[in-house]
Design a protein around this ligand. Structure first.
Ligand code: NAG
Ligand code: NAG
Ligand code: NAG
Ligand code: NAG
Ligand code: NAG
Ligand code: NAG
Length: 395
């Protein structure tokens, strides 16, 4: 029983600290006097004990973008606007570290071999998001949560039909599992990025369409460095049934010095709005390639102002599906979530349920072994006693 209690205490001490780790405050289009309802730039300031994370969630130049800039405490950010466009980001001090991610393109590929994953040799069609119009559906700027939900329509260039791309960005400033599958871990240092592709129409002539996301990854690390891909086997699939892997994309700073930027996700996507085991599919991740910032982008504006010649810019593709699943048209829906964060990526901690099962699993064999030993000892002792008694009688 002591071992059991000890395990519970050790594991709990790691999980019970659920205090708010950063004080957050958020604003929509700060400093903009002429912005209309459909201008969406959310600024989220997260003050911690020793530093401040400034986050910019931007849709103004159409490419959904999340920028993190880490500074010492008491720094500020001013944004200069020209109409509906931010044209300058001025920080009161140079950030200690910055990184960003953006969804700049959606690839449609005709998966003739029915492999699921994207292959550049397959016929494909690139939907550049730099002309997309985004509309706000929901917004929250409280001290407990910063959240924005937007949607845009994606026209198929060669037909009049269109589908919807929906994005939700969400920051909840303490460590816990997200409510929705795949129950990624959120912390005060991270933002969850959900994207769903609904009712997209396929390019005429494609009979096996799937859609893939093209992501840009940027950090203020040396341009000769590279982002790192790691896959961890998770200890249990309690939070994401059937999925034991956690994938992390780490910036060089995180890889080399244990503190930097990351993307964290599970290799799973969903083909229905109701997320569940039955509606899940495989998310495939490509290798990274080096690239440059889109010319007309908020990232370009931000990092030009920043004055860093040395910037690491890479891209990657995330594609969805598996052979025999009927392609995208089977459900006309694909959704995926990832966390983008700073620090070191959070790891699973056991819940009570798992602790009980594991400690029960340890305890049971111990109990059996001990009771077995006791039984044997007692028997031997009795036998010896009996035989002694026998000898005594014979004497
Ligand atoms: C902007 O949003 C507000 C509140 O949601 C609404 O009352 C107003 O009509 C909107 N303006 C435009 C131009 O859509
Ligand atoms: C997608 O299409 C289905 C079936 O036509 C419809 O019920 C649903 O509302 C559409 N969703 C969106 C976001 O347009
Ligand atoms: C799609 O068309 C190609 C030829 O154009 C054919 O080989 C393939 O079997 C078709 N795939 C499906 C799923 O119909
Ligand atoms: C990177 O380049 C390789 C080789 O050309 C290609 O197979 C891969 O799909 C590319 N990745 C991205 C994200 O474009
Ligand atoms: C998906 O959309 C295509 C047309 O783009 C349609 O033919 C197909 O029936 C739709 N699938 C579902 C499950 O609604
Ligand atoms: C958040 O980042 C700070 C450093 O800025 C670090 O000390 C802290 O441990 C991080 N918290 C989490 C939950 O990753």
């Amino acid at each position: 029983m002591q071992l059991n209690t000890l395990i519970v205490i050790v594991l709990l001490s790691g999980t019970i600290t659920v205090a708010q780790e950063r004080k957050i405050s958020s604003k929509v289009n700060p400093g903009c006097k002429t912005c209309t309802n459909d201008t969406i730039l959310m600024y989220v300031r997260c003050d911690g004990a020793s530093d401040t994370i400034h986050q910019i969630w931007d849709f103004t130049r159409s490419i959904p973008t999340v920028i993190f800039a880490v500074t010492k405490l008491k720094s500020s950010l001013d944004i200069v606007w020209d109409g509906n466009n931010p044209t300058g980001f001025y920080m009161s001090e140079t950030p200690l570290y910055s990184f960003a991610t953006a969804l700049d393109k959606i690839y449609e590929y005709n998966d003739l071999k029915d492999n699921g994953h994207f292959d550049p040799n397959l016929p494909h069609h690139i939907h550049n998001l730099d002309h997309m119009m985004w509309h706000v559906k929901e917004i929250s700027t409280t001290e407990k949560e910063a959240m924005v939900r937007v949607y845009g329509t994606l026209n198929n260039d060669r037909s009049e039909e269109h589908g919807t791309v929906a994005i939700k960005l969400d920051l909840i400033p303490f460590k816990d599992y997200a409510v929705e599958l795949p129950h990624l871990i959120h912390t005060a240092n991270s933002t969850q990025f959900d994207v769903s592709l609904v009712n997209l129409t396929s390019t005429p002539g494609y009979n096996a369409s799937r859609f893939a996301l093209h992501l840009l990854l940027v950090s203020t690390d040396s341009a000769t460095e590279t982002m790192r891909y790691t896959m961890r086997k998770s200890l249990d699939d309690e939070h994401t049934p059937g999925v034991f892997e956690v994938i992390e994309i780490k910036t060089p700073a995180l890889h080399n010095y244990a503190i930097g930027g990351y993307l964290q996700f599970r290799p799973v996507g969903y083909v229905q709005a109701e997320r569940g085991v039955a509606s899940s599919t495989i998310a495939h991740v490509s290798y990274f390639n080096r690239t440059s910032l889109p010319v007309r982008s908020t990232m370009k504006t931000f990092y030009d102002e920043f004055g860093r010649a040395n910037l690491l810019v890479q891209d990657m593709m995330v594609s969805f599906g598996e052979g025999g699943d009927g392609y995208y048209a089977q459900h006309n829906y694909t959704a995926w979530s990832f966390a983008v964060g700073y620090g070191s990526p959070p790891t699973d901690s056991f819940s009570w349920y798992v602790v009980l099962i594991i400690s029960g699993g340890l305890l049971l064999p111990v109990l059996l072994a001990v009771s077995g030993m006791v039984y044997v000892l007692v028997r031997r002792h009795r036998q010896r006693y009996n035989s002694r008694a026998m000898f005594a009688n014979e004497d």
